[in-house]
Design a protein around this ligand. Structure first.
Ligand code: SF4
Length: 350
């Protein structure tokens, strides 16, 4: 039986059967409820749902893994520049703690890894500190190749190295979570893919041990996309700017699974970022596309039809490509379905 994996933190799904769900504790009995927050619509739907259930904001935490690293060793490569400030604004709006974790240098450092251990892990605390978890174990290894466009995380290394393992190391090592009852909430939905259709709604999380109980919960697993956008509409809540620009997912800006349209759109709105990836393909003599189609050739096959064709394009580009998203911009004067809604489930790590 082949193990297949997702880009979410903590789960490994075993095909072909749906795993039976475990029973969760009453929400009030968990010491911490951690929402794995990408800034995308499904993790936001989890947040809206938990607040609607009456979970106090003081019990919630938004955790985000910065795929391009953080602090002094951030390297602009894959992510939307706006994502962290968008999540920070969401936290401020609802008065919820936000926490960030990353591997040193993010995807870039792992991509350029040469006969060395993987990078150290860092996390932020509610006191504004950055805590360092040095990597001491493992094998020296060389990458110099892009992650494979595959569901198998042994070769699609980006998801485990910059997200899943980083999340688990922080949860396993942060003293605050020792001997506690923790609920980890993620936003996968069955509608998104045949793989996700088989996920259990709740299960024991990989970080659970004899003294720390960690449950994993996918509260929106049976929601359809309409219901997710209804939650935004109810609050006139501004989606991550990626959706406003026509992206159907908020994963990495330069996700390896991006379609031709998404690469063409990236080249149009962020040519420097696109060209950086093109240069790296040439330097490594290895294409992101597993079928050896270069990014330039792939983008040439794409269409710009999804990008807004009015004055809002430059407004959304300005917001998406900067790191200064403002809390006051989260509530829209009037709700509008974003250009990226209902575009199907392609172009991301499903
Ligand atoms: S490139 Fe895509 S698959 Fe890899 S970590 Fe980013 S979103 Fe996940």
């Amino acid at each position: 039986m082949q193990l297949t994996f997702d880009c979410e933190v903590g789960f490994e799904s075993v095909n072909p059967n749906i795993k039976p769900s475990i029973s969760l504790l009453p929400l009030s009995e968990y010491d911490h409820i951690i929402i794995s927050e990408s800034g995308g619509k499904d993790s936001m739907a989890c947040l809206f749902y938990l607040l609607d259930q009456g979970v106090p904001a003081s019990k919630l935490e938004l955790w985000h893994q910065c795929v391009d690293g953080g602090g002094a060793d951030h390297v602009d490569l894959m992510d939307w520049p706006a994502t962290e400030s968008y999540i920070e604004a969401v936290g401020q709006h609802f008065n919820i703690q936000t926490h960030y974790q990353w591997r040193s240098g993010g995807i870039y450092n792992e991509l350029m890894r040469k006969d060395s251990l993987t990078g150290d892990v860092y996390y932020t605390t509610e006191h504004g500190e950055i805590i360092h978890l040095p990597t001491k174990n493992g094998k020296n290894n060389t990458r110099l190749k892009w992650p494979a466009m595959s569901p198998d995380l042994r070769i699609r290394w980006c998801s485990p190295y910059v997200k899943i393992d980083v999340f688990r190391r922080v949860l396993n090592n942060h003293p605050k979570y020792k001997d506690k009852k923790i609920l980890v909430v993620t936003g996968e939905r069955r509608e998104e893919s045949s793989n996700r259709a088989k996920y259990a709604e709740a299960e024991i999380h990989a970080c659970s041990n004899k003294t720390r109980l960690v449950h994993a919960w996918r509260p929106v697993i049976d929601w359809n996309e309409q219901r997710v956008w209804d939650e935004y509409e109810k609050r006139r809540f501004l989606p991550h700017p990626a959706y406003l620009l026509g992206w159907n997912r908020t994963s990495c800006f330069g996700c390896i699974f991006s379609t031709a349209d998404l690469w063409a759109m990236m080249r149009e709105i962020a040519p420097e970022r696109f060209n950086r990836l093109v240069e790296l393909e040439q330097q490594l003599d290895h294409t992101i596309d597993t079928n050896r189609v270069s990014l330039v050739d792939k983008a040439n096959l794409g269409s710009l039809e999804r990008l807004p064709n009015d004055a809002r394009l430059s407004q959304w580009v300005e917001i998406a490509l900067n790191r200064n998203f403002e809390t006051r911009d989260l509530i829209m004067p009037r709700w509008e379905v974003p250009a990226g809604a209902f575009r199907g489930n392609t172009g991301g790590p499903l």
